[in-house]
Ligand binder design. Structure first.
Ligand SMILES: *Cc1c(COP(=O)(O)O)cnc(C)c1O
Length: 362
């Protein structure tokens, strides 16, 4: 590598773009290093993978079946494909990652299963609307609803309460649907709610959870956790066919051991949540800035003028404004510091003070 490569990123890279901009946390790194001590069998037949599965079973207090894949798109789309036939449909929120950010992978891997997306405030499904979508039609011309997909925490940084998940689970059961949970940020929800992982997953009717690792502090990887073991039948073949069976599996499985045994997965999530809260509280006090959804996990969505947004970007700040319902999205991660938040708040204050406020009546 040329020495120039080290200079591509400025020393103070000001970013709240995504929690996947963060590096690998020490616990995950150490676990990968531990797994690097010697030869080990490939394709998941190694002790680290076995132990990682055991850790996940411990954390969820149940005998679930676990598969490790490279990313969340694969986890979601393969899990959905495992539950659906080509003429089925998946009901999800209109802002769900499976609908808006997976390039059609759920439809592709299930050979045509249709995604039916419905609205709901703050990124959460409105269960009445879900029920309407299920019962609206029962004829052969409509793609048969088969799965209810929930994102926890949601794409808008909100969190379903245990009661809401249980209600969704009951509704799904009543109509013969399975429940899949996109848990790219499941840890943030557990940390925010202070409940057991079991309570907001299988105890509330979730059949399959796609449990996020990358945004929680790992290098890569998500775990597909089947609480309903029947649905896991031949899932290993799906993973292999989709290019998701890692030959050196231990390097994506071992980090789960480090993260779960040390408690880092929840510490990291709680840290990110706390800083998002700090940021949200600060932003709310700035004239011309309005929060667009309640800050309940590690995301903050803020509405600000075009000029304020432009001034922040000109000042070197990185954040997305096309995700969710628009506005600026600021994500906190395990690596975000309180100083980062204070610097951003100071930058927003400066930017908002110098940009015209006539567009922002609040
Ligand atoms: C990040 C994310 C994923 C996973 O995305 P990949 O880039 O495929 O790993 C899945 N669901 C949600 C809600 C996400 O935010």
């Amino acid at each position: 590598m040329s020495t120039d490569a080290h200079n591509l990123t400025p020393p103070n890279f000001n970013q709240f773009a995504s929690d996947n901009y963060a590096g690998i946390c020490p616990e995950a790194w150490q676990a990968m290093d531990n797994a690097n001590c010697d030869f080990a069998p490939s394709y998941g037949d190694d002790q680290w993978t076995e132990q990682a599965c055991a850790c996940i079973r411990d954390v969820f207090e149940t005998d679930c079946q676990v598969f490790f894949v490279f990313n969340g798109t694969a986890a979601n789309s393969l899990a959905l494909a495992a539950m659906c036939r080509s003429y089925h449909s998946v009901i999800c929120h209109e802002l769900a990652h499976v609908e808006t950010d997976e390039c059609g992978a759920p439809e592709f891997f299930s050979n045509g299963t249709k995604i039916l997306h419905i609205p709901g405030p703050n990124g959460k499904l409105d269960l009445d609307a879900v029920e309407q979508a299920i019962i609206r039609r029962s004829d052969i011309h409509y793609p048969k609803p088969r799965v209810l997909s929930l994102t926890q925490s949601t794409e808008l940084g909100t969190v379903y309460t245990p009661d809401e998940i249980a209600a969704a689970g009951k509704l799904a059961r009543r109509h013969g649907l399975r429940v899949q949970m996109d848990g790219a940020r499941f840890a943030n929800a557990v940390a925010a709610l202070g409940v057991s992982p079991a309570e907001i997953s299988w105890k509330s009717g979730v059949d399959v959870l796609c449990l996020g690792g990358a945004k929680n502090g790992m290098a890569l990887g998500e775990a597909v956790v089947f609480f309903n073991r029947e649905l896991a039948e031949e899932f290993d073949y799906r993973c292999k066919q989709a290019g998701q069976l890692a030959s050196k599996m231990r390097f994506i499985s071992a980090p789960w051991i480090g993260m779960l045994e040390s408690g880092a997965w929840l510490r990291n999530a709680a840290h990110a949540n706390r800083l998002a809260r700090l940021l949200a509280d600060g932003l709310e006090k700035i004239h011309g800035i309005r929060l667009m959804s309640p800050c309940q996990a590690n995301a903050v969505f803020a509405e600000m003028s075009v000029d304020t947004t432009a001034a922040l970007r000109a000042g070197g700040w990185h954040f997305y404004s096309f995700i969710g319902t628009g506005g600026a999205r600021f994500m906190c991660s395990w690596q975000t510091t309180e100083e980062d938040v204070q610097l951003l708040l100071a930058a927003v204050r400066r930017a908002a003070a110098t940009s015209p406020s006539k567009e922002v009546p609040w």
